[in-house]
Design a protein around this ligand. Structure first.
Ligand SMILES: *[C@@H]1O[C@H](CO)[C@@H](O)[C@H](O)[C@H]1NC(C)=O
Ligand SMILES: *[C@@H]1O[C@H](CO)[C@@H](O)[C@H](O)[C@H]1NC(C)=O
Length: 396
């Protein structure tokens, strides 16, 4: 690249040497000045000396529209990252340009820029956060957390750092933001966040039972979104309510419905609206739900979802386990409404085992189910489970 610029420049200079150049002809991105020739040279080539120009490329951070004897420095908030610029470019939103001679920098974590042509990003206000780079705006702090910006950008004059005193239980730290939990979460609230924190799963499709008393299991949904530093953590949410209040007798296995899906990149608000719609359109009626139908829906409709997590109700058995054979990806079952030290619903072990997946609770990750053979037993919590030809049976 540099070579090409150099060669072009060389060719241009040679051309100018030969044909001479008037200032009006000075090309864009260059400056042209009368050559100061030595006295000796001047006497020899006095005739053409009048016309001869020194042509120089404009350095990065400066520009020339053409016909200029000087390059002009870029205005504040604009940039020209390469030499020879005919104009400077506006620094885009979500970026800052503290220097005019380099490419714009994405706003660091904890900062944003809602305007273009800025030399510096702004630090999020207290109670707001930006866990992604290049944000146009900050998001509201997730419920149950307190957010404060720790950023003090080198280019920032008016520091907006707040010094809120908090009773810190746990913190999620990024280079420039700090999110502090303010309330003690319940076990159910903690389970999914805990499991997500323990693993580096990306491109997740999350299948979530929203019936009955599952609310605590997804109460922290906005925080899962906030945890997704790369925006890749949960890509697709599927909420199911077992048939939108269809009478139990009319529910058909495999097409019960009441399944609502949303891509995370549609925004946190859309995710929460979809969740609320799913929740308010049906409560499940009887105990068993259409978990497997929702899992199949997720896999079919999100080809880029690498990791399928199933946030399951430990106190209800899916009605459609018969569909498990149609599940084509390993399912990571996260057991909600489970009290540590008590029993795990063996049907949830079946979902994990039969799909080649795993089972997770607040304090357990069981990832070796695949190595079990019929007749083997496994200890989960206080229970002992035997694997027979139909699936797991609790024996102790
Ligand atoms: C997750 O990633 C972090 C940082 O790359 C690494 O330190 C940690 O060991 C990983 N955890 C797992 C369970 O792979
Ligand atoms: C995929 O989503 C569409 C709605 O967008 C739905 O009608 C369809 O049943 C889903 N596919 C499966 C296999 O569930």
């Amino acid at each position: 690249m540099t070579k090409i610029v150099f060669l072009t420049l060389l060719a241009l200079c040679l051309a100018l040497e030969i044909f001479g150049l008037k200032l009006e002809q000075c090309p864009p991105g260059f400056r042209c000045r009368k050559r100061t020739t030595s006295l000796l040279m001047r006497s020899i080539i006095s005739k053409i000396e009048e016309e001869e120009m020194d042509v120089e490329i404009c350095e990065a951070g400066t520009y020339s529209p053409g016909g200029a004897d000087e390059c002009t420095p870029c205005e504040k908030g604009t940039y020209a990252a390469k030499p020879g610029a005919p104009a400077c470019y506006f620094c885009p939103k979500g970026h800052m340009c503290p220097r005019a001679d380099v490419v714009p920098e994405q706003c660091p974590l904890g900062t944003y820029n809602d305007l273009s042509r800025q030399t510096c990003c702004r630090v999020c206000q207290p109670g707001k956060f930006a866990l992604l780079k290049g944000m146009f705006q900050c998001d509201d702090c997730p419920s149950g957390y307190r957010c404060r910006a720790r950023a003090k950008l080198p280019c920032e004059d008016e520091a907006m750092e707040t010094t809120t005193t908090t009773t810190t239980t746990t913190t999620t730290r990024t280079s420039e933001s700090i999110i502090t939990r303010t309330t003690t979460p319940t076990i159910d609230e903690e389970t999914v966040t805990g499991v997500l924190n323990r693993h580096n799963w990306t491109d997740i499709g999350a299948v979530i039972d929203v019936t009955g008393s599952m609310a605590a299991c997804y109460a922290q949904i906005d925080q899962w979104l906030a945890l997704s530093h790369t925006n890749k953590l949960v890509q697709y949410f599927v909420f199911f309510n077992d048939g939108d209040n269809t009478p139990n007798k009319d529910k058909v296995i495999g097409s019960t419905g009441g399944i609502y899906a949303v891509h995370t990149n549609e925004g946190i608000d859309k995710v929460l609206t979809t969740l609320n719609t799913a929740k308010s359109n049906g409560g499940g009626g009887d105990g068993p739900e259409n978990d497997i139908e929702a899992i199949i829906y997720t896999i079919a409709n999100c080809s880029t979802c690498e990791n399928i997590i199933h946030i399951a109700d430990n106190q209800a058995t899916p009605r459609d386990l018969i569909l498990l054979g149609e599940v084509t990806k390993p399912i990571k079952v996260i057991v909600c409404k489970y009290i540590p030290g008590t029993l795990v619903n063996p049907k949830l072990l079946d979902i994990a085992y039969k799909t080649g997946g795993s089972l997770h609770t607040l304090d357990l990750d069981i990832e070796t189910l695949g190595s079990l053979k019929v007749g083997d037993t496994i200890q989960v919590g206080t229970g002992t489970y035997l694997l027979d030809v139909t699936g797991f049976i609790r024996i102790v």
